[in-house]
Design a protein around this ligand. Structure first.
Ligand SMILES: NC(=O)NC1=NC(=O)NC1=O
Length: 244
């Protein structure tokens, strides 16, 4: 089985870390390839970034289709372009926020999301509502850490995030924590050991979800809303997205 994990931002070092975490979570016989587009934002921390990340994401999904990939992970906590990717992909497409939130609902009565910048919290709440898990989501907490600080070994990001997770357990009464950024994937085991509750990382949760869906022979229903886009031309910088 081949799973393509797409980091929609353009920071290759983050893609590499994400890919290593995803591959480590898979069963024998599953190969993960992690990629990022060469066009788009270096990190996704706003609606503007998210909008400008989607064309690059979709170009990687289209490339995966040409390569015959079995399933996809959208490795950004805003799940950008998830619905559009599902129209393009033959196999299942899972976003890390959806996978992490749904997984956390199996672990108790409530979870807290611990994420990067406060301005991304609204999106996390929107997604909890979209996915029907808002009654489980007790809080969305921001560490006020820029995404790319997670890629800086000299930053204190790991400690700051760990302490925010500890506060979430103490103050929110949450049974589990959801890490609100793909760049936190490699912190999951460390934080869980430090705070003593389950910590869910969306990269590994989404990768395992895709693996399970492929094993079960399941993929997005393609007869209605998620049918392939109708033939159409796109102009200017988007001309390569034309559907013949
Ligand atoms: N909430 C977030 O920080 N989301 C993210 N921005 C990125 O660039 N990757 C993420 O997962």
């Amino acid at each position: 089985m081949r799973i393509l994990v797409v980091n929609p931002n353009t920071t290759a070092s983050m893609t590499e870390r994400i890919g290593a975490c995803a591959q480590a979570a898979t069963s024998a016989g599953t190969t993960v390839r992690a990629v990022n587009p060469d066009m788009g934002p270096a990190s996704i921390e706003s609606h503007y970034d998210e909008a400008l990340a989607v064309p690059g994401l979709l170009s990687e999904i289209a490339r995966g289709e040409a390569d015959g990939v079995d399933g996809y992970v959208v490795a950004c906590f805003g799940d950008p372009g998830l619905d559009a990717a599902r129209e393009l992909a033959t196999g299942p497409v899972v976003g890390i926020a959806e996978a992490a939130m749904r997984t956390a609902t199996y672990l108790g009565r409530g979870f807290s999301v611990v994420t990067t910048l406060g301005r991304t919290c609204g999106r996390a709440w929107d997604l909890a509502e979209r996915y029907g898990v808002q009654r489980f989501c007790r809080a969305v907490r921001a560490c006020e850490i820029p995404v790319l600080d997670l890629d800086d070994p000299g930053s204190d990001a790991r400690e700051v995030i760990t302490e925010e997770c500890r506060r979430a357990v103490a103050e929110d009464g949450s049974d589990a924590i959801v890490l609100g950024c793909a760049g936190m994937a490699d912190l999951c085991t460390h934080i869980s050991a430090r705070i003593g509750v389950p910590v869910v990382d969306g990269v590994t949760a989404a990768t395992r979800t895709v693996e399970s869906l492929v094993v079960l022979g399941l993929r997005t229903g393609a007869r209605g809303e998620f049918a392939a886009p109708r033939p159409k031309s796109y102009t200017g910088l988007l001309r390569d997205f034309t559907i013949a």
